[in-house]
Design a protein around this ligand. Structure first.
Ligand SMILES: O=C(O)[C@H](CS(=O)(=O)O)OP(=O)(O)O
Ligand SMILES: [Mg+2]
Length: 236
């Protein structure tokens, strides 16, 4: 099977996704937070491109979540910190979420036959789900402010590694994918440190959000795989 890797959202041409399963990756922090939210019993997560769109999409009983410049948006109920998505805060609720990169990347991939979201926290389960859908795969690294983000590339490499071990047929990727696979295998035993030292990791640490990085760097801590169904992400 073919697995293509797109380095950042501004390279995400729509035709790359047709007839394929897209896995959107935003390790720090959106796709990690989505796993935490669904683990905490959220009924669905509606990705919104802008703050205005998020406010327009919200229905009675929903919660508004997300960030700009890593901070909670004024008037929102939740930020983009996975630690805020707990049973007692979000259980049974639908979340309308907008973040700087991750939710935008999901909306760029809408031509895909299937859209999953992946992170380190659910990598093996995500790889397995993608294989079960029996389509070629495109890994979309959300990046940060339209630039490649190391943490997302590492996760793409991890997903390739997991698909190679789980898949009975051969897994072919492009040059960038091979580079990310090599990078992942080279850093597999120092993921937390590598991610903390990334540009995004350093930005989050400076803002007192190092605890979020700890969660986001956890490998395979969840089997939850968010999948877009209609306008919201639910457990695959
Ligand atoms: O909230 C985050 O961690 C990031 C903000 S930034 O890229 O560091 O500015 O947004 P995300 O959409 O989760 O990448
Ligand atoms: Mg990010």
């Amino acid at each position: 099977m073919q697995v293509g890797v797109i380095a950042s959202v501004n390279e995400a041409r729509a035709d790359r996704f047709t007839h394929r399963t897209a896995i959107v990756i935003d390790v720090l922090r959106a796709t990690s937070t989505m796993v935490a939210a669904l683990e905490a019993g959220v009924t669905g997560i509606v990705p919104a491109e802008t703050v205005m769109e998020a406010r327009a999409l919200v229905r009675p009983g929903d919660l508004l979540g997300g960030e700009r410049f890593c901070r909670k948006i004024a008037g929102f109920d939740l930020s983009n910190s996975p630690s805020e998505y707990r049973k007692d805060t979000v259980g049974g609720k639908r979340i309308v979420l907008t973040t700087t990169n991750g939710t935008r990347a999901i909306l760029k991939a809408l031509r895909a036959e299937n859209i999953l979201t992946g992170a380190l926290v659910n990598a093996t389960a995500c790889a397995r789900t993608a294989l079960e859908l029996r389509r070629d795969v495109v890994l979309l690294c959300a990046g940060s402010h339209e630039e490649f983000a190391l943490e997302d590339g590492l996760c793409a490499g991890m997903l390739l590694d997991r698909m190679e071990s789980l898949c009975t047929q051969s897994v072919e990727t492009d040059d960038f994918g091979s580079a990310m696979l090599a990078l992942y295998r080279n850093r597999a035993h120092s993921l937390a440190e590598t991610i903390s030292n990334s540009a995004t990791g350093r930005r989050l640490t400076k803002m007192g959000l190092a605890r979020d990085i700890e969660y986001c760097a956890g490998t395979d801590v969840s089997d939850v795989v968010p999948r877009l169904s209609g306008d919201s992400l639910t457990r695959a």
